[in-house]
Design a protein. Structure first.
Length: 221
């Protein structure tokens, strides 16, 4: 009887530890929300997958910007490239997209002063390699890190990351580097303030209109 009780207690402890481990994973709630959406209505295969951080999360009406394409938006706010890698089996591969469009890397730089543009680039290479190994024929597009007034102090690191990713993708087949950075600058070289909401980090409709014009030619029909 004692052994049975001990086994039962160990089983309960294991369940609790597993639950705590899941809860401790960053962005676990966001991933659960995506899975719940998928359980109700799974997105069509061969759509264009947008994956990355809050610039995609907040683009809730992205489908309206590109009505001629089928868009699946799996941006989750605050995420870094490492987070996208961590959840690739949940937010990339199940959808069997015909193209993957990535916007991520800003939060990597904002998270710590020790993160460099080169480190963002290296993380992107890791993500790109993961995608290529699983989906060798799927085109991949990377949207450049954007200039934001609230993160203007990171501009040199952002430029470095953008340049490294651009040079890297130039040598890879079925890839695109989409430069939104320069079109978001005013004549004096600083970010256009009128395209951001009050936090000076996330874009308003004017900002997304700029993105639409730049991104549309790169999307695969």
């Amino acid at each position: 009887m004692k052994n049975k009780n001990n086994c039962g207690l160990l089983w309960i402890i294991l369940l609790v530890l597993c639950s705590l481990n899941i809860a401790a994973q960053p962005f676990a709630e966001d991933i659960r929300a995506f899975k719940k959406q998928d359980s109700i209505a799974f997105p069509p295969k061969q759509a264009i997958l947008f994956v990355g951080s809050s610039s995609f999360t907040n683009w809730k009406d992205v489908q309206n910007y590109f009505p001629q394409f089928t868009i699946v938006n799996r941006g989750f706010g605050g995420s870094s490239i490492s987070d996208v890698i961590r959840y690739a089996d949940d937010i990339i591969f199940p959808y069997q997209p015909k193209q993957i469009v990535i916007y991520c890397g800003e939060n990597d730089l904002a998270a710590s002063d020790t993160v460099t543009g080169k480190m963002v680039y290296q993380r992107f290479v890791q993500l790109f390699t993961l995608i290529r190994n699983k989906m060798p024929g799927v085109p991949v597009a990377f949207i450049s890190l954007k200039p934001s007034p609230s993160r203007w102090q990171l501009k040199d690191k952002m430029i470095a990351a953008n340049d490294l990713v651009k040079k890297y993708l130039r040598k890879k087949k079925k890839t695109s580097f989409i430069d939104v950075y320069h079109k978001m600058l005013a004549a004096d070289g600083t970010p256009l303030k009128e395209i951001f909401i009050q936090d000076n980090l996330h874009m308003n409709a004017k900002g997304y209109a700029i993105w639409k014009k730049i991104i549309a030619p790169y999307l695969k029909k």
